[in-house]
Design a protein around this ligand. Structure first.
Ligand code: ZN
Length: 448
């Protein structure tokens, strides 16, 4: 069967590539209201693609959210149903001059197809399309495709959408094609993602700013007090020093230092912070970053004690933590460490729960086999991701019995969200193959 499926995928890839390019030409930027019509247009384009495959297609919304496409082909009697997820909205492009090609004109250069959304996540849509088109009438499982239109703005109505359409979307397995692989040539299943909480720390020490010559040395200024407080968030080695934040252990995955240095862009001589293996620090331990500050600018500076100062901190949470517990730990740390009796206000902002998936069970076995065969025998890695995909928690909550497989087309140099986003075409082909193998094997009579 493997050989037939491979040939079928190879036969449909040129047409699917053309469909992907047409999708990339639609600037479906969900964050910008002036692109609302484009988001609608991209939903319609995606709907047309699955309609052409004989699927029953609807464009649906919940609570006034962006249009999502639901395309279905019911399961033959006794067969499993698989939900295939991707999103059709994209990030803004940022500055045009940072791109070497037109962001919304897909352009092949070297091994990659460049363009906003060429990878994240229109290539995910194209993976689903390729598997479905390749298997055609041989598709022996039920398939429901869900292509969301607001992932890049945090999926504000997805939980409501899943609740409202839970009968329509119910499945045995959910394939979320919006993550990536370990490296070029090494496939992965994403099995853990950190969560996030952020908030604003405000410090006040005076009811008005005063002359630093008159009062400096006796009266604390708010900026110094804020900096001292922020300095307590890490120990001398750069480990997070907030008591009560959860830390876990990661699989023994070797992330070589040369890759860490090249992929992060860290400057020569600058040291990594924290302790534990690199992947633990990135995937299963908390991290705190000061992401912004409101203080007097250098240009505006005078010899004055500032009366107030603010900083925004962002806290990545290890799987096993909860946003609520983490916020309480951060608040209590700040209250205990604020120096000199300065007045502290902490205002929480966004929150996203971490996720960890135990990849055990027959569907995971089939998925690993599919990845291995698509990547010419290379064993897939169980990969963590330092960032957050909060909607995965929404799927797990809505469908607690379904097996969730987080796959994707990205590699360490995809530059999703950045300038010069590019899809590695050979890896994309492997992702298409893997998904076709997965659907074929889940539909095979001898499965399970
Ligand atoms: Zn994405």
């Amino acid at each position: 069967m493997t050989k037939e499926v491979r040939q079928a995928v190879e036969a449909v890839l040129p047409s699917v590539r053309a469909d992907l390019e047409a999708l990339v030409r639609i600037p479906s930027v969900s964050a910008l209201p002036e692109h609302a019509a484009d988001v609608q247009r991209s939903a319609e384009a995606v709907a047309d693609l699955f309609r052409q495959e004989g699927f029953d297609v609807q464009i649906l919304t919940a609570n006034g959210g962006a249009p999502a496409v639901v395309a279905r082909r019911p399961a033959p009697p006794g067969a499993k149903t698989v939900l295939l997820y991707a999103h059709h909205d994209v990030q803004p492009t940022g500055k045009r001059q940072d791109w070497t090609t037109e962001p919304f004109e897909p352009t092949e250069v070297g091994a990659r197809l460049y363009g906003r959304g060429a990878a994240d996540d229109k290539a995910g849509i194209a993976v689903h399309l390729a598997a479905i088109r390749a298997l055609g009438d041989d598709l022996a499982v039920g398939v429901t495709v869900l292509v969301e239109g607001e992932e890049e703005v945090g999926s504000p109505t997805l939980a409501a959408f899943l609740a409202a359409h839970s009968e329509l979307l119910r499945a045995d397995a959910i394939v979320i094609a919006d993550s990536g692989n370990w490296d070029i040539g090494v496939p992965a299943l994403t099995t853990s993602l950190r969560g996030l909480v952020d908030g604003t720390v405000e410090i006040r020490t005076l009811d008005h700013a005063v002359h630093s010559g008159m009062w400096g040395g006796l009266v604390p200024d708010a900026v110094t007090a804020l900096i001292r407080l922020l300095g307590t968030l890490h120990d001398g080695d750069g480990n997070v020093a907030v008591a009560g934040l959860h830390s876990g252990t990661a699989a023994p995955v070797d992330y070589p230092v040369y890759r860490l240095r090249a992929e992060s862009g860290i400057l020569d001589g600058v040291e990594f912070i924290g302790s534990g293996t690199a992947v633990e620090r990135l995937w299963t331990k908390p991290a705190i970053t000061v992401v912004g500050m409101d203080v007097t600018s250098v240009a505006q500076a005078s010899n004055t004690l500032s009366a107030n100062a603010r900083a925004k901190i962002s806290v990545r949470l290890a799987p096993g933590d909860t946003a609520e517990r983490a916020l309480a730990a951060v608040r209590s740390h700040l209250e205990q460490h604020v120096p000199w009796g300065a007045k502290l206000t902490f205002t929480p902002g966004d929150a996203a729960e971490p996720t960890s998936i135990d990849p055990i069970g027959p569907i995971y076995d089939v998925a690993r086999e599919a990845l291995r065969d698509a990547w010419d025998g290379t064993e897939p890695i169980h990969m963590g991701v330092g960032g957050s995909i909060p909607f995965i928690a929404s799927f797990r909550e809505a469908f607690p019995d379904a097996t969730v497989l987080v796959t994707g087309v990205e590699d360490p140099d995809t530059r999703a969200h950045g300038a010069n986003e590019g899809l590695h075409l050979a890896e994309w082909k492997r992702a298409c193959l893997a998904e076709a193998y997965l659907l074929a094997r889940l539909g095979a009579k001898d499965y399970g």
